[in-house]
Design a protein around this ligand. Structure first.
Ligand SMILES: O=P(O)(O)OC[C@H]1O[C@H](O)[C@H](O)[C@@H](O)[C@@H]1O
Length: 445
């Protein structure tokens, strides 16, 4: 079976191959905690067997629901934040025509996102876009109580009910939330929305392969069966307690680098369609590892774009970073650099070459330059930006994240720190029940 590959041959310098090999017993223990559920946070391991255990009935139901929305709607607004947003956004962006938003002529349903910010202008402009349009809503919140999506959903629900009538609006709304708890579950029951469940044992940032990610991806027209199949292949390929297990290898290497003083990992892509994959990855690793005063800081760059902004820092700044490059072997389309008789820009030496070949030389040149500059490099190669490979990549990173969190010695499946800003915001907005916090925060101002 073909799988995505991790190459650590350029990660050495502050660590050696034997440093990584010496991590194997510890990494194997961490792997066992993920696979056997014997570690901290083991009530959130529902994602581990998700690809192989997702039933055909559930997938059929998701696809049928997506088809219904695609038939009835010009726009589907996916409302959610964090893990209830980033996975779908990452996969849709990776698979979409870069200019899909500007191609108004193809009649395909457009997926747009809301509830991932509290931008007043963003919401105003979205409501304006939807004015007089046939649209539907997929509202996603595991807890069912998150402020950002709740505000967006209030506005969108009101708009849809005004335009389509209450009953039709209910038919055009799908809620994805906890099976029993939370305000969204209660509302969905009262309004009679079609619902899908986020299982209790799957945390938001590990939920892209549940209806949370699968429904928006299917609405956007992509093949969720292939995505799940790819993930299932990687599920099967990441159980061995060996450095051939690509997730274990990545987790062991990044922890060896962290212990050697490399505190920041920069995830780099050379394909603009992977920008949101970096955003998804940042939540996955940031929320999983950044706690107890520990954790690799996950940063992301889009290259070559950011070589013209962040390149200087990466090349010569503080030597506490390492870089992980997602390398896509083949592009979908073929385009060559044109020849020009005047050659004023001096580019004729690459005339006739594929644009992708130029990009690949930029990637290789960058890797060599950064390694020479003291930035260890991990390379992750996938054959193409297609559902199967993205499914593999998602599961690969999830599995590695669980292993890595245990290697780091934290509970990778909670995120207690996220509550601090919420408490302050509620106190400042004078939410009932927060009277003491309101007084306390006012005293600090
Ligand atoms: O799906 P929800 O319950 O609305 O949560 C959405 C997101 O916000 C929270 O504050 C957490 O930090 C994230 O882990 C979560 O993915």
């Amino acid at each position: 079976m073909d799988t995505i590959k991790v190459n650590i041959s350029n990660a050495f310098g502050s660590i050696t191959e034997s440093t990584v090999s010496a991590m194997l017993p510890e990494a194997s223990e961490a792997l066992a905690k993920v696979d056997n559920g014997s570690g901290a946070g083991n009530d959130f391991l529902g994602w581990v067997k998700l690809p192989s255990e997702t039933t055909a009935d559930l997938v059929d139901d998701i696809i049928a629901t997506a088809e219904r929305l695609r038939k009835e709607c010009e726009y589907v607004v996916c409302v959610g934040i964090g893990g209830s947003y980033l996975g779908a956004k990452a996969v849709i962006e990776a698979l979409s025509d870069s200019f899909a938003a500007y191609r108004c002529d193809n009649g395909a349903t457009k997926v747009v996102f809301a509830g991932q910010n509290i931008g007043e202008d963003y919401m105003h402009e979205l409501l304006q876009l939807l004015d007089g349009k046939r649209f539907g809503i997929v509202v996603i919140s595991k807890s069912g109580t998150t402020t950002e999506p709740a505000i967006a959903f209030r506005l969108l629900k009101e708009k849809l009910e005004q335009q389509a009538g209450k009953q039709k609006a209910a038919e055009l709304t799908v809620a994805i939330t906890d099976a029993k708890r939370g305000a969204l579950r209660q509302l969905a029951t009262e309004e009679g929305y079609k619902t899908f469940v986020i299982a209790d044992n799957v945390g938001g940032r590990f939920s892209v392969l549940t209806p949370v990610g699968l429904l928006p991806i299917a609405v956007a027209g992509y093949d969720i069966r292939a995505l799940l199949n790819g993930a299932a292949e990687m599920e099967a390929a990441t159980t061995a307690a060996s450095l051939d297990n690509q997730s274990l290898l990545y987790a062991a290497t990044r922890n060896a680098l962290y212990r050697a003083g490399k505190k920041t990992e920069i995830l780099a892509n050379f394909n603009p369609k992977l920008h949101y994959f970096g955003e998804w990855w940042k939540q996955l690793y940031g929320e999983s590892e950044g706690k107890d005063g520990k954790g690799i800081f996950p940063a992301a760059v889009d290259l070559t774009t950011d070589l013209h902004s962040m390149g200087q820092w990466i090349q010569e700044g503080e030597r506490t970073i390492f870089e992980t490059v997602i390398s896509v072997a083949a592009s979908d389309h073929e385009l060559r650099v044109p020849a020009d008789s005047d050659n004023l820009d001096g580019l004729n030496y690459i005339a006739g070459k594929r644009i992708d070949e130029v990009n690949k030389m930029a990637e290789l040149g960058t890797r060599i330059a950064h390694v020479d500059g003291g930035v260890p490099n991990i390379q992750i190669t996938l054959p193409a930006l297609q559902e199967k490979w993205l499914g593999q990549l998602i599961y690969f990173f999830e599995k590695a994240c669980g292993i890595s969190g245990y290697l780091l010695g934290v509970n990778p499946f909670n995120q207690p720190g996220v509550e601090a800003y919420k408490r302050n915001m509620f106190a400042l907005l004078e939410k009932p029940g927060y009277e003491n916090e309101t007084a306390a925060i006012r005293a600090k101002m």
